[in-house]
Design a protein around this ligand. Structure first.
Ligand SMILES: Nc1ncnc2c1ncn2[C@@H]1O[C@H](COP(=O)(O)OP(=O)(O)O)[C@@H](O)[C@H]1O
Ligand SMILES: CC(=O)OP(=O)(O)O
Ligand SMILES: [Mg+2]
Length: 394
């Protein structure tokens, strides 16, 4: 049977999946898995549809980029050994930045890949790894078509006012504006919403995608109307290692008074801040929730506070709040984070049911909550497989 290979290269992870195509994309992947801990001690996990689970260390050293390359090699090696006789006829990739130009998935060619290389400075933690995965597939399977699926595309429905910075016109016209990210996740979640929250899916909904990278998006009728991430994926919420929104005056101060250059600021904003920087312990929410240190609690509290502040802002953009939806590794699994956010948003009519929250149930709102509250596991890989099959009419 034919299959699509999906590669989703994140900042510190590489997720992969093989989806069989038989008229439509299979509901579940035949093989899937991920490499986690790229940059530290990468480990690969592969799962097959018949329940086999393989876990191995990835032999990777060197820079983040070199480790991503070693991780890809390992993925291809394991896939070759565990492919249940599927014929890979196409590859679909998550590409974080598609700029102003791309509002839908595209079939990749050399010229287009060159153009996407130009966005590397706008998404330094993602774009280079996304494109490395494209090049790796080209080298290994030169004859199969590849499709790029953009994190920014879903947000192109936003009104111009939601995308604008208060900058001189010429800069806005030159493309310096808010793009928004995690679009594959929001698209997937948005399509699940009618089943989970019924008619409210047509109303004002805020989705919180809380993973290692974290953002929130306001939806109206299932379409993006505003988002916390901006020109780059460092804006908005506090994240695992990223600051999120910060007074730009701080950056000017650090440049002028502390002699920090662009490289040092990039490291500070993207890699040394967020949960890791504030706690001084870890970027991993599991570790922080299990820790006794007051610094761990401070980091988690700030993370939740920022979500609650942005929730108010996004409700203003959406013109209300009919539902609040949690997704991403933290959104799906960290009940204490959902609990804290709900407490801070009580004034908006958000009230959750403690038992349903502890169970990670689909609906976690209390019976007397004005706002529906849901937990919807995301699936960027399935979205990429669908987009790829559609773009190539498989
Ligand atoms: N059971 C859990 N409880 C709390 N946090 C969790 C749990 N499982 C995963 N997480 C957190 O989810 C985050 C990773 O989210 P994920 O969406 O997988 O990340 P990525 O952005 O790399 O795709 C990490 O901070 C991790 O600690
Ligand atoms: C855009 C972004 O931040 O992605 P991730 O959550 O994979 O880091
Ligand atoms: Mg992610």
């Amino acid at each position: 049977m034919k299959a699509v290979l999906v590669l989703n290269a994140g900042s510190s992870s590489l997720k992969f999946a093989l989806y069989a195509i038989n008229g439509e994309v299979a509901a579940a992947p035949a093989v899937s898995g991920q490499v986690e801990g790229i940059g530290a001690t990468p480990e690969i996990t592969l799962k097959t549809a018949d329940g086999q689970r393989i876990q191995e260390a990835v032999n990777a050293t060197g820079s983040q980029g070199e480790q991503h390359r070693d991780a890809l090699d390992h993925v291809f090696k394991l896939l070759a050994a565990h492919n249940p006789s599927l014929e890979i006829v196409a590859a679909g990739h998550r590409i974080v930045h598609g700029g102003d130009r791309y509002s839908a998935p595209v079939v990749l060619n050399a010229e287009l890949i060159d153009e996407l290389e130009d966005f590397i400075p706008l998404a330094p933690l993602h774009q280079p790894h996304n494109l490395r995965a494209v090049h790796a597939v080209t080298a290994l399977m030169p004859s199969i078509p590849q499709v790029g699926c953009f994190d920014t595309a879903f947000h192109r429905t936003q009104p111009a006012i939601a995308q604008a910075f208060a900058l001189p016109r010429r800069l806005t016209q030159g493309g310096i504006k808010r793009y928004g990210f995690h679009g594959l996740s929001y698209d997937y979640v948005s399509r699940q919403l009618p089943e989970v929250i019924g008619e409210r899916a047509k109303g004002a909904v805020v989705v919180a995608h809380l993973g290692n990278g974290a953002s929130m998006t306001a939806l109206r009728d299932g379409k993006s109307v505003a988002s916390t991430m901006g020109f780059t994926a460092v804006d908005g919420l506090m994240m695992g290692t990223r600051t999120g929104s910060i007074d730009p005056g701080v950056l000017l101060y650090l440049m002028e008074e502390k002699g920090m250059d662009a490289r040092a600021l990039t490291r500070l904003l993207y890699k040394e801040s967020g949960l890791l920087g504030v706690s001084g312990i870890s970027q991993d929410m599991r570790t922080l929730l299990a820790a006794d240190a007051p610094e761990a609690k401070e980091a988690v509290d700030l993370f939740c506070y920022r979500i609650a502040r942005e929730l108010g802002s996004l409700a203003a953009a959406a013109g209300g709040l009919d539902a609040l939806v949690f997704t991403g590794g933290i959104g799906e699994h960290a009940a204490p984070v959902r609990q804290k956010v709900a407490e801070l948003a009580a004034w908006m009519g958000v009230k959750i049911d403690a038992a349903a929250n502890a169970d990670h149930a689909r609906r976690i709102d209390a019976a007397d909550s004005r706002v529906a509250v849901a937990v919807v596991p995301t699936n960027e890989e399935r979205m990429i497989a669908r987009y790829t099959a559609e773009a190539l009419r498989l």
